[in-house]
Design a binder for this molecule. Structure first.
Ligand SMILES: O=C(O)CCC(=O)C(=O)O
Ligand SMILES: [Fe+2]
Length: 329
């Protein structure tokens, strides 16, 4: 990854990163679908980020999920460590504060997380795969597993529609990306950035989440009230991406950048502590879409021509993901 400058983000209103209404894609005709897909293509090329309104994940389910998240992270440390993250190959369970470094050159992140994955029917999984696909559920809170799995279903459904829109945008068959994600190797991640004591002085470069790009194809990011997400523009400036009620942030990851030969960008982003003034606790939920591990990610035809030849050799999605996870834990 290129060097990421240590600069303070410019405070912006929410006007900079595009807000796209997904409604016409979900409920409209062919022209509506094309228009929404074109707006997503433009936003993914200019920013690698957009806000999506009418995304289809029900608000009551999101409220329930943030409540479950709050209650889980409020448990004693020892109890959370009872379901601790164990390996990159399973990538599930609880990740304690400072355990992960999203920017490997910086101190560990001031955040804790809980990762879960979809639970496909056991008989659909190869024997050797099963141990890696087992979630680590805590005994409390009581409704935790049901809530997280309900949200997982909602996110898979919404992400598939976004992937369908991307296919439309890139002149591919509607099911192109959905089919290459059908083994459901996604990760749903509850995130908690604990409140920082008043007057807290971060160590050099310390962040709530260090600057990084996401590893997979697309990410859906639900923010809950408190700002902190910062996005690096193509010109290298950091801007804030505050929560906008009723929307989800969608960003394109490394594999989508490779697939599209840099037409869509995998944009560095981070979560900063507020260094002056209050740093209230912050909760967010990210859904990382990962193509099937054996999917070969190679330049999509409509993204290359004589002036823009293919820039990346083909890569297996699973190998890319393992290399990234092993570098950050
Ligand atoms: O919490 C956020 O707003 C961003 C989290 C993030 O970028 C990530 O976990 O990859
Ligand atoms: Fe991220």
């Amino acid at each position: 990854m290129e060097t990421l400058q240590e600069t303070t983000a410019r405070r912006t209103d929410a006007g900079a990163i595009p807000v796209i209404d997904f409604g016409p894609f979900l409920h409209g005709g062919a022209e509506d679908r094309k228009a929404v897909a074109a707006a997503m293509r433009q936003a993914s090329a200019d920013w690698g980020f957009f806000y999506l309104a009418n995304h289809g994940v029900p608000e009551p389910l999101l409220d329930r999920s943030f409540q479950a998240s709050r209650r889980f992270f409020a448990l004693p440390y020892e109890e959370k460590m009872g379901v601790a993250w164990q390996s990159a190959s399973s990538n599930r369970g609880y990740v304690a504060v400072r355990r992960e470094r999203l920017d490997a050159s910086k101190p560990g992140d001031l955040k804790e997380a809980f990762n879960a994955g979809p639970e496909p029917a056991e008989d659909s999984l190869a024997e050797e795969e099963r141990p890696y696909r087992e979630n680590r559920w805590p005994a409390r809170p009581e409704d935790f597993r049901d809530t997280v799995l309900d949200l997982m279903d909602g996110c898979v459904a919404a992400a598939n529609r976004v992937l369908e829109a991307f296919a439309v945008a890139l002149d591919l068959p509607d099911g192109f990306f959905i089919d290459t994600h059908d083994q459901l190797h996604h990760t749903l991640r509850l995130l908690h950035y604990p409140p920082l004591p008043k007057g807290y002085t971060p160590q050099a470069g310390e962040k709530r989440a260090g600057a990084h790009t996401d590893y997979g194809s697309i990410t859906l990011l639900f923010q809950h009230g408190v700002a902190g997400l910062e996005v690096r523009t193509r010109s290298g400036e950091w801007i804030t991406a505050p929560p906008i009620p009723g929307t989800v942030v969608v960003n394109t990851g490394d594999l989508m950048q490779r697939w599209t030969n840099d037409v869509f960008c995998s944009t560095p982003h981070r979560v900063s502590p507020f260094v002056s003034g209050d740093s209230p606790g912050r909760y967010s939920i990210a859904f990382f879409c990962h193509p099937n591990p054996d999917a070969e990610i190679r330049c999509i035809e409509s993204c290359a021509d004589a002036d823009h030849p293919s820039r990346y050799p083909p890569i297996l999605a699973g190998e890319h993901l393992m290399a990234k996870l092993n570098a950050t834990y």
